[in-house]
Every structure is written in structure tokens, then in C-alpha cells.
Design a protein around this ligand. Structure first.
Ligand code: AMP
Ligand code: ZN
Length: 116
């Protein structure tokens, strides 16, 4: 369920400090330590899921919770009206550096497309 060697499992468990914006039984949201936009928040499930590749139909409600918290945080951070980006990187070519599923919520500036 939780991996003692996983950074985000440890962060979710409170063993690693973070600027937390939201916590509930399933989801934690906190500011990215190396922000790439004026608003850069990470949303993670408490339980260890390595990446979106490991999500199946049974995780539908977890995904609903993650997206619900993302919308709530976007409103609270003042980026909902002008728009923002929600993205999850998968594997090496996707640029994933922490192997615990996380969604980046990026906003507060115009984001380019396609991403680099
Ligand atoms: P990714 O490269 O998609 O796997 O994203 C991992 C993100 O986690 C990066 O944007 C890092 O800046 C961020 N990160 C790494 N360690 C921490 C930490 N202790 N607290 C907050 N964000 C972190
Ligand atoms: Zn983990």
C-alpha cells in the first residue's frame, strides 16, 4: 500500500515536510518544491500507485477525487477563471522523476503547447 522508500508515500504520511493545500483520507495536494509556474501544485493519492499506467477501472473514484481536489485548489489559487494545466508524466520519455502517481496543476501564466 505504501512504500517506505517512496518520496511521495513518505510525504503523504507526514514524514517529509511540504506546503500542503489539501489533505483528506485519499488525496494530498502540496506546492511543488521547484515551481515551473506562479501556481504549481502536485496532487497525489495517499496510497502508492507508480504511475497512470497502473490505473485501472477500479480507480475511477480515486481519479474523481483527484480531479475534484484539483478543481477546488484551482479555484482557491485563483487560476480557474483564466485556465490552467493538469498533467501527469509517465516514465522516462514522459519526464517522470518520482515514481508515485502525481498530477501537476500549473497556472498563473500562459503555458506553451506543445510541451517541450
Ligand atoms: P515529475 O518530474 O513529473 O515526476 O514531477 C516530480 C515533481 O516533484 C517535480 O516537479 C519536483 O520539483 C517535485 N518534487 C520533488 N520533491 C519534492 C518535495 N519534497 N516536495 C515538493 N515537490 C517535490
Ligand atoms: Zn509512493
Amino acid at each position: 500500500m505504501s512504500d517506505a522508500n517512496c518520496l511521495f508515500c513518505r510525504l503523504a504520511a507526514g514524514e517529509i515536510a511540504a506546503d500542503r493545500l489539501h489533505e483528506d483520507d485519499e488525496v494530498v495536494a502540496f506546492r511543488d518544491i521547484n515551481p515551473q509556474a506562479p501556481v504549481h501544485v502536485l496532487l497525489i493519492p495517499r496510497r502508492h500507485v507508480a504511475s497512470a499506467l497502473d490505473l485501472g477501472e477500479s480507480e475511477g473514484s480515486l481519479l474523481g477525487r483527484l480531479f475534484g481536489v484539483a478543481a477546488e485548489v484551482a479555484h482557491r489559487e485563483g487560476v480557474a477563471a483564466n485556465g490552467f494545466r493538469l498533467v501527469t508524466n509517465i516514465g522516462q520519455n514522459g519526464g517522470q522523476s518520482v515514481n508515485h502517481l502525481h498530477f501537476h496543476l500549473l497556472g498563473g501564466r500562459r503555458l506553451s503547447w506543445p510541451p517541450g
